[in-house]
Design a protein around this ligand. Sequence first.
Ligand code: HEM
Length: 438
Amino acid sequence: MAAAPLETGIPGPVGDKYIGNLHAFSSDPLRFLTDCSRAHGDVVRIGEHNVLLSAPGDVETMLVDREGRFTKRSPLTLRRGRKQGFPTAMMNSDGPDWQAKRHRMQPAFGRALTARAAEIVDAQGERLLGGWRAGVPCRLDEDVPRLTLRLISELMFGSAFSDRDVADVARMVAPIMDMSTSPLLLPEWWPTPAKVRIRRSAARVDAVLKALADSPHAHDPERAPVLHALLHGDPRPTAEEIRDELGTLVMAGFETTNDSVVWASVLLGRHPEAAERVRDEAAAAFAGAPAGIARMEALPYTHAVVREALRLYSPVWLSSRDALRDVEFGGLTIPAGTTVTVSQWVAHRDPRHWERADSFRPERWLEGSAPAPRGSYFPFGLGPRVCIGAAVATTETVHIVADIWRRFRLELIRPERIRPRPALALQPTGVEAVPRDW
Ligand code: HEM
């Protein structure tokens, strides 16, 4: 869909004559989006065909999209998807096609899956954390992804990835993460290093995904509920759909959970009092309740820490849709074809809606605190396209964080070097830590 350039009535930074705001966005996207919202208001023109929305009500209206005025299959998604992604997956579909695919998968993501996630975390957590030694630096950037990849593969597909599969998938995910999430597009032919590396690893990844679909567990609804729902659901998926769906489940389920575990640990490393509180709560919960929903209920403070980590460092830091027709926000008309973006990073730190917005305060999530307005907190999105794995991801993150911190206190080495890297997910970089005995 070709959009007319935005009318100047929508406020926003002027940008460079030739490349607009592309440079400002790519050099520091978090700052660029924050500055745009703070300086120009709740509806900001951030590119020739791009608008950022920041008012909670507008964010909610756009994501919930009751009137079907937006599409996810924007030229951006399609370009990315066709060339180096998973274009037929539920995540990249829209309209009745998306609805049928979501309907096929949704039943597999019930309470039973969440309970199973907790049990698997217990076993895989022991495997990883049992190997950590007090005083010996641990590689959070290698260990946690290995753990979350094993978890997601065992949970979704019935068998944990082998070390070789873990390495192959990690090699695939790394360059995909390196691709820009920028709603301001580089030309299609632009040979970014990420694109080249993705193309190179594609064949091996296809083989890993095909092996999953062909595995004997694929037809066992108890052991591989998600894979079973996909293969046996209605409508029957094509071979391409199976590959795309598996690819997005691995991608969506692994990197984000990994990032949320590491961010929560970084925040606990910086806040010893909160860390002690997690330790005490986790020690009691692991001693008193079996892995699963009961233990989750015994970890309210750890859950609050994870919510707060997802507020400050939301792994998904922006979401975009294309307007199918003219839409009005804040009294301004946004023409059909415009890419409309909302940013978790901006909304979750907006001082108008959060007291001491930049501070780590898990208490704000405990009983008795005022709820944040819908549209000012959406780490898992909102509305019909909300993350299908939200409950699984929360359970996994809370259990892993509790398991780490009941065993060890993580001492961060050079914490000032830790930075968010806004790739496809908001990755923590520079995280080095030494586990210490309590
Ligand atoms: C902390 C971890 C996670 C975070 C922060 C996260 C975040 C999100 C967000 C924000 C969306 C909506 C994007 C949009 O509206 O454009 C989404 C969608 C999705 N997520 Fe997650 N996610 C996480 C974990 C998972 C897990 C564990 C799985 C699978 C097991 C998963 C599978 C999906 C899928 C399939 C969709 C697309 C849903 C649809 O289009 O109907 N995610 N996720």
